[in-house]
Design a protein around this ligand. Structure first.
Ligand code: ADP
Ligand code: MG
Length: 706
């Protein structure tokens, strides 16, 4: 069999006319453009509209780039030395404005003709109340350019280095144009089934690719964009769903066939409250997974305080009922300890052996615990990542729960899978960091997701306010009032790794100020931060939990999971330094009891636009999903917690913050196609399959590593 010569699009980029080895090297290093295809598939990120002319009178300090047509009226060199500049005056039938050059003055001056008509293009600068354009593009009006079709000029991502090598906006436009002269529709065969293209009224693949680089109208550009965004999201969904499908075929799990005594007795005699509707629904979803004979791999999302721990516990009881052990891993010792205490409390009298393992459990105690675990005498093990260390061996682990899963690394999570054989344990990962739907569908497209979208009854919404230094006395007074009513308060300082020393000073100074304001013996204060020894942290924590201290001064170590229902005030210092999801977590520490709770966001006077927006978001809403949507809008998907390790989110053109409608359609169609044809073997899916196999990123299933 003779093999076909490679397609022109697979040619190495240096062979493109006008590129050559030096520029090619830059394109490879700076932009990961290796082939003609890579160049074609690297899309403009914005366009400059050259289809219309602006009037000088319409220009305001807010105008961005403008295209003008007018007569150059004056041209003179002003100023001396570093202030030397060339100033021109452009006039159209609506008014006049200034053009200015700081560099290449002699050359520009020689080139321009006063009294002639120009097409002028550039970005508007505003200062004081006047505007000008610096270093505009100037083109003499000729018979030719008044006739040629004006366009949207594409602007491609670039870097300093590329600019310096002649691959600035114009250079890049030039090479892509050169390339397209060699290409035709045959080089871009359709990659979506025809019935989808028809149904969604898309342009062809070729038209879309052409349209994204060389749009001639806004409509053409919009259609091209929509189709290419769809392609990107659709192919990813197909892949994720295929992985999910294969996993269900491949990974067997222990069927938990029965609900037995542990569960029933607990449910009937121990459960201290009525489960919420959402908790019940989620338990049913999990129950179905556990009984199916396929390994469960489920993400449980639920806002802070929605009652995930109870759901986790009841799942563990199902494991016990079927003769298995279960474990729950939490990201901090404080949180693990708290789970241990509350779960022990819940199951008291049920003859369930619950044990705790963290770095602090050492020596004989640890040795004994590990022996008991291996012998099957421990039913439920709760702990930190100490759980996944190699010497920790279970007799038969049937269910592994990870709390606050985003806090763990990929490797740590994957180790849980290996804690049992021949089948891996069922896996439930819980998170209180709500993830916007679009992100969840992408990041966890291959994972089953349950959502607790309802809080236990009787919860009062936390009241949130924004204050600054001027209100300090008032804030302290407010805390005193709450303490007088028998409540407790948190005061939290930021602690960010890079500036840990500075932050610690911050915290210590804060602690001193608080101590002066709230003197002993009337008040007692706990302090907890990440640099303390585990035992000291624990001691301080416990004092607060027991109500021996009224104020907890802390860093974000208390962010996750800590549960003190009597605490009703959360003061956050330097709020502008926290991310939205962190703020939401922190606020979730209060409002856990019957009392009205308060969150006071302290900040400096000067705030960045984004900082202000984050604070406003917190004041406006308590809804975790709304907050995460805002976070996604403000920071983009790549910056969201828990997404950093995933290359999945590096899109060419799709934008998860904006393209949720397209994503929903793409996912729905992908699901329907795979239901009908799981391996894409049918004739009408041949083009799709070919494109997927040859031209899309290979991705690793997220779930494999969860
Ligand atoms: P999270 O989802 O943030 O982990 P927790 O599991 O810590 O929430 O639950 C928060 C509080 O709500 C706990 O004190 C828990 O006992 C209580 N709780 C959980 N479910 C219910 C319910 N159905 N009714 C009343 N209180 C509940
Ligand atoms: Mg929790």
């Amino acid at each position: 069999m003779s093999s076909k010569p490679p397609h022109i699009l697979e040619s190495s980029i240096e062979y493109l006319k006008g590129v050559g080895p030096v520029k090619a090297d830059m394109l490879k290093k700076e932009m990961a453009i290796f082939t003609f295809r890579d160049l074609v598939m690297s899309f403009p990120f914005r366009y400059v509209d050259k289809t219309k002319f602006h009037k000088i009178r319409e220009i305001t300090p807010e105008s961005d780039t403008v295209q003008l047509r007018g007569v150059l009226r004056r041209l003179e060199v002003l100023g001396e030395g570093r202030k030397k500049r060339l100033v021109g005056r452009l006039r159209d039938d609506s008014g006049a404005m200034e053009l200015v050059w700081f560099r290449g003055i002699t050359w520009v001056e020689r080139d321009l003709q006063v009294g002639s008509e120009y097409i002028v293009f550039g970005r508007v600068n505003a200062f004081n109340k006047s505007v000008n354009i610096a270093h505009p593009e100037m083109e003499l009006v000729t018979a030719e350019n008044t006739q040629k079709a004006s366009t949207f000029a594409p602007v491609y991502p670039s870097t300093e280095k590329l600019n310096s090598k002649g691959l600035d906006a114009k250079g890049r436009q030039r090479i892509i144009k050169t390339l397209f002269e060699k290409l035709s529709a045959q080089d871009f065969p359709e990659n979506l089934p025809e019935y989808i293209v028809k149904k969604l009224r898309f342009p062809s693949h070729y038209e879309a690719i052409r349209g994204i680089h060389f749009p001639t109208s806004q409509e053409e550009l919009d259609a091209a964009r929509k189709r290419l965004k769809f392609e990107e999201l659709f192919f990813l969904q197909i892949r994720l769903l295929q992985i999910k499908g294969h996993r269900k075929d491949a990974v067997k799990g222990y069927p938990f066939s029965k609900i037995g005594d542990y569960f029933h007795t607990f449910f009937n005699t121990k459960l201290p409250f009525e489960l919420t509707g959402a908790q019940k629904r989620v338990l049913r979803e999990i129950r179905k997974d556990l009984g199916s004979g396929v390994q469960m791999n489920r993400l449980l999302q639920g806002d802070v305080g929605s009652g995930k721990t109870m759901v986790g516990l009841m799942c563990m009881l199902m494991a016990l009922d079927n003769g298995f052990q279960a474990c729950m891993m939490a990201p901090t010792a404080i949180l693990a300890q708290q789970h241990y205490i509350s779960i022990q409390e819940y199951v008291k009298g049920l003859e369930i052996s619950v044990a705790f393992l963290a770095g602090s459990v050492k020596g004989k105690k640890r040795k004994f615990l590990l022996e008991e675990l291996a012998a099957g005498n421990i039913d439920i093990l709760i702990g930190t990542h100490a759980l996944i260390e190699d010497p920790v061996v279970f007799k038969n682990l049937g269910l592994a729960i990870t709390d606050e899963q985003h806090r763990f690394g990929v490797k740590q999570r994957s180790k849980l899978w290996k804690k049992n054989s021949p089948f891996p344990p069922h896996v439930l990962v819980m998170t209180a960091t709500p993830i916007p739907r679009t992100l969840a569908m992408t990041l966890y497209g291959d994972l089953d997701v349950s959502v607790i979208d309802e809080l236990p009854p009787g919860r009062k919404q936390v009241t949130t306010v924004h204050k600054n230094e001027n209100h300090r006395i008032q804030v302290f007074g407010f805390i005193k009032n709450e303490i007088a009513k028998g409540r407790q308060a948190y005061i939290v300082y930021p602690l960010i790794e890079e500036s840990a020393t500075l932050d610690l000073k911050n915290l210590e100074e804060g602690y001193e100020a608080v101590s002066r304001e709230f003197p002993m013996p009337e008040y007692n204060i706990s302090i907890v931060h990440g640099r303390m020894k585990a035992a000291d942290k624990d001691y301080e924590m416990q004092r607060f939990v027991k109500g021996e201290t009224q104020i907890m001064v802390a860093t974000t170590v208390i962010e996750v999971g800590v549960n003190v229902p009597n605490a009703s005030v959360m003061v956050i210092e330097n709020t502008e330094r926290f991310g939205l999801s962190q703020l939401h977590q922190l606020r979730g520490r209060v409002g856990r009891g019957a009392e009205q709770s308060f969150c006071i966001l302290m900040s400096s006077f000067k705030l960045s636009k984004e900082g202000r927006e984050r604070i406003n978001t917190m004041v406006r809403t308590n809804n975790g999903f709304e907050i995460s949507e805002a976070d996604l809008r403000l920071r983009g998907p790549g910056a969201m917690e828990g997404t950093q390790q995933s290359g999945i989110l590096n899109f060419r053109i799709a934008d998860l913050a904006k393209d949720n409608k397209i994503l929903e359609v793409a996912r729905e169609i992908a699901i329907r196609i795979l239901e009908d044809d799981p391996n894409l073997e049918k004739v009408h899916h041949a083009t799709l399959k070919y494109y997927l196999d040859n031209h899309t990123k290979k991705i690793k299933g997220w779930s494999r590593i969860s």
